[in-house]
Design a protein. Structure first.
Length: 272
C-alpha cells in the first residue's frame, strides 16, 4: 500500500458490523492523516485535497458508515457509533495513531474519536466545528428533512434546490454529486444531523488533551462556533480560511486547506 505519485486509490476496511470504503494517497510510511467528511457527502469531497498533502502524510479519507460506499451501522445511528466503526476499521488496519481532520459532521466525529479513543488521535483539526447554539440544533434536522419520491420526479428538483442553496456559485457537477449522495445515503442524511445535535460536544471538547486547531471559512454557517470551541479545548488554537470560503472549501480552495493542515500537523509530528 505505497503510492508516491499522488494518485488517489480506493479500498475497503473491515470492522465488526461490515466494511468502510476509503480513499488513500501517499506512502504508507508517512504519518497517518485521517479525513472525515460532511453530510451528505463522502470521501469524494477530499479528492482534490488529498494529493496536495500526500508528499507529507499518508492520507486516508473514509466514507462514514451509511454514506458513500460504506455499510451502515448495525445499531442506532449516532456520532459515537460512527466513531467506533471508523476507529475499529482504521486502527486495526494501520495499527498506529492518526492525525485527524474533520469538516462539519466530520468535525463532530473527530471530536468523538479524540474523546473516546485519546490514544488514537495525535492531534485534530476541526473545520466548521459543531458546537451549536440551541437555535442551530433546532434548525439542523430541518435542513435534511426527508423528501419523498413521487412519480413526477419532483423530489429531484426539491433536493437539487436544497443542495444548490448551500452554495449557488458552486460548480454544477459538485451540486449534482451532493444531490446524488443525499438520496443514496437515505435515512442517514437526517439521522446524522440529529446525531450531531445529540452529541455532548461541549463536555467532550473540555476533556480532550491533544493539540487542536479550529477554523472555518468566512461564509461557513458554523464560523460562529470557532472561538467558543477553542475556549473549551485545553490545547486548542484558532486559525482561519479565506473570507470567501464556505461549506465546499475543501473542493473549491484545497490549497488553502492543505497549507493550514500541513503547517499545524507537521508541528505536532516534529515535536514528537
Amino acid at each position: 500500500m505505497v503510492d508516491s505519485t499522488g494518485t488517489v486509490r480506493r479500498g475497503y476496511l473491515d470492522h465488526a458490523a461490515g466494511q468502510i470504503h476509503y480513499r488513500y494517497c501517499g506512502s504508507a510510511h508517512l504519518p497517518l492523516l485521517l479525513l472525515l467528511h460532511q453530510t451528505p457527502s463522502s470521501s469524494a469531497m477530499y479528492e482534490r485535497l488529498m494529493p496536495l498533502l500526500s508528499d507529507t502524510f499518508f492520507v486516508v479519507a473514509v466514507d462514514t458508515p451509511g454514506f458513500g460506499e460504506s455499510d451502515g451501522l448495525a445499531g442506532s445511528i449516532s456520532i459515537a457509533g460512527f466513531a467506533e466503526a471508523i476507529y475499529q476499521a482504521v486502527s486495526t488496519t494501520f495499527d498506529r495513531p492518526a492525525l485527524v481532520f474533520g469538516h462539519h459532521t466530520g468535525a463532530a466525529i473527530a471530536v468523538q474519536l479524540a474523546f473516546q479513543y485519546p490514544e488514537f488521535v495525535r492531534a485534530m483539526a476541526l473545520s466548521g466545528p459543531t458546537l451549536l447554539s440551541e437555535a442551530q440544533k433546532q434548525a439542523l434536522p430541518l435542513a435534511a428533512k426527508t423528501i419523498a419520491a413521487d412519480e413526477e420526479g419532483s423530489h429531484w428538483q426539491a433536493m437539487w434546490q436544497r443542495l444548490r442553496a448551500k452554495d449557488p456559485q458552486a460548480d454544477l457537477a459538485l451540486s449534482m454529486r451532493e444531490t446524488l449522495s443525499a438520496f443514496a445515503c437515505g435515512e442517514y442524511y437526517l439521522a446524522s444531523y440529529k446525531a450531531v445535535t445529540e452529541q455532548a460536544v461541549a463536555e467532550q471538547l473540555a476533556a480532550i488533551d491533544c493539540p487542536a486547531v479550529v477554523f472555518a471559512g468566512g461564509q461557513d454557517q458554523l464560523r460562529s462556533a470557532v472561538v467558543p470551541t477553542v475556549k473549551l479545548l485545553p490545547r486548542g488554537m484558532a486559525s482561519a480560511l479565506p473570507q470567501n470560503a464556505g461549506t465546499y472549501v475543501c473542493e473549491q480552495q484545497p490549497a488553502a486547506v492543505a497549507t493550514l493542515l500541513r503547517r499545524f500537523f507537521m508541528e505536532v509530528v516534529e515535536e514528537h
